[in-house]
Design a protein around this ligand. Structure first.
Ligand SMILES: Cc1cc2nc3c(=O)[nH]c(=O)nc-3n(C[C@H](O)[C@H](O)[C@H](O)COP(=O)(O)O)c2cc1C
Length: 438
């Protein structure tokens, strides 16, 4: 869809400017040509040399450059594009655009065009919810400017809320939709409540509406006899938070949970199970769905033969327990037939050492698409705690997330899942058997 399209990318001076580099790559690999203009502030974050190297084109920075004007005048540059994209769009450039200012190369190009404009705002949450920014956005919307994002999540400044730039693939999807209107739902702005200056009241985008997602959570209890069982230390806090975060974005969520001391999250259908085999059936019964997040700490083994009555001390040797392997829920879902396999299968890996390396192996061995790998070593406080340190391991790379609350991990994962679907929902990892590389 983007083959042969000419995109003029305006990069303004926000911390997310580095993501513009990936955006250029993603657009070019889809056959678009990308010319770039940068504000002076943007040059503080990424160099024109990197932008020129990735775009394969000279970068427009200086309005009064005689050589640039002689080669391709700014009016021509602006009119030559099929679409202008501003990513990241700072609060400052939005204000300048809304006021019709043309005081540097970037804003002059944006004013001198009659082509559609798409902006991807990126800023601190307080800047985003400020009435001035919201007023400018209202003006730009009236002028026909389209928006993608921003997303909710933790920001470079450490605050949480709306203001993070949409991911490069989400911007690509929004650009594709610009070329194939009508406007999609996710170009709709997240609008904070009138007069609000706080992030918490801003409604989340309902970008998972219509998606059916299963989340597993908690430990499993593997019975030894009617009163005893084998268990693990999982509290279910992370899985429950993920179910709630997905539901908050509009997904129809079924939470299949082992025994936990947590209330059922609201807006979620919760199915309570005890043992791994019950969890397995509860999940399989509900396929097909769009995505599965296997956050439960499922016991690898159960007692091969459950005693029908309570085992009694006999005074002789203590009884020995023979173990049998439990079904591997993650692997079974990831490698099931194409009709039932969800587009996205996310597993969890709890490791005490070599966390990322083991997770990468697990990704391949299970045939799943993403692994959320977390540290559960001594002193990590992960089991039962309210915080987590995770890495999102995908086939094409690893994201190291800073230590954050389990609710924030859940919100960030939900955002990634929404991004996955808005970018077309393809992992290229529809493997038939474990171990096969995508
Ligand atoms: C480290 C740092 C990060 C910044 N990140 C952002 C940002 O993400 N969004 C934003 O609107 N402004 C951000 N700013 C402020 C802008 O750089 C500043 O408003 C600048 O005037 C924007 O210029 P421009 O819109 O012409 O690029 C940041 C400033 C600094 C020093």
């Amino acid at each position: 869809m983007l083959k042969g399209k000419r995109i003029l990318l305006v990069i303004s001076g926000g911390i997310a400017a580095y993501k513009a580099l990936e955006l250029i790559r993603r657009l070019r690999e889809r056959g678009a040509s990308v010319r770039c203009a940068m504000t002076k502030s943007a040059e503080q974050f990424v160099t024109p040399l990197s932008v020129a190297s990735l775009s394969g084109e000279k970068v427009a920075t200086d309005l009064f450059s005689l050589t640039d004007e002689a080669e391709m005048g700014h009016i021509e540059l602006s009119r030559d594009a099929d679409l202008l994209v501003v990513a990241p769009a700072t609060a400052n450039i939005l204000a300048r655009m809304a006021s019709g200012l043309a005081d540097d190369m970037a804003t002059t190009l944006l004013l001198a065009t009659d082509k559609p404009i798409l902006v991807a705002p990126a800023m601190n949450v307080r800047m985003w919810v400020h009435p001035a920014t919201q007023r400018n956005i209202g003006i730009l919307k009236q002028d026909g400017v389209a928006f993608v994002g921003p997303n909710d999540g933790e920001m470079a400044c450490g605050e949480f809320g709306p203001g993070r730039m949409a991911e490069p693939l989400e911007i690509v999807a929004a650009i594709e939709e610009q070329f194939g209107r009508p406007q999609p739902k996710h170009l709709t702005l997240v609008q904070p409540a009138a007069g609000s200056r706080t992030a918490s009241v801003a409604p989340l985008q309902q970008d998972l509406k219509g998606r059916r997602i299963i989340v597993t959570s908690g430990p499993t209890h593997e019975p030894i006899d009617p009163v005893r069982y084998i268990a693990n230390r999982s509290s279910g806090k992370q899985g429950h938070a993920i179910a709630a975060a997905l539901a908050a974005r509009g997904a129809e969520v079924t939470l299949v949970t082992g025994p936990v001391n947590l209330p059922d999250p609201s807006g979620v259908t919760t199915v309570h199970v005890e043992a791994a085999r019950d969890m397995f059936s509860a999940c399989f019964l509900r396929l097909p769905v769009d995505a599965v997040v296997c956050a439960a700490a499922v016991a690898d083994w159960r007692v091969a033969v459950e005693a029908p009555q309570k085992l009694k001390k006999s005074g002789d040797e203590p009884p020995s327990l023979r173990l049998a392997e439990n079904p591997d829920i993650l692997r079974a879902i990831a490698t099931t037939d194409a009709k039932r396999r969800p587009a996205l299968v996310v597993g969890f890996a709890a490791e005490t050492e070599h966390v990322v390396a083991y997770a990468q192996k697990k990704l391949v061995a299970k045939g799943c698409d993403w692994i959320v790998a977390n540290h559960v070593g001594e002193g990590s406080g992960t089991f039962g705690g309210d915080e987590n340190t995770v890495h999102l391991v995908r086939r094409d790379g690893v994201e190291d997330w800073p230590r954050m609350s389990k609710a924030d991990v859940a919100a960030r994962l939900a955002e990634r899942i929404a991004g996955f679907f808005s970018a077309g929902g393809k992992t290229g990892a529809r493997v038939k058997s474990a171990g096969k590389k995508a």
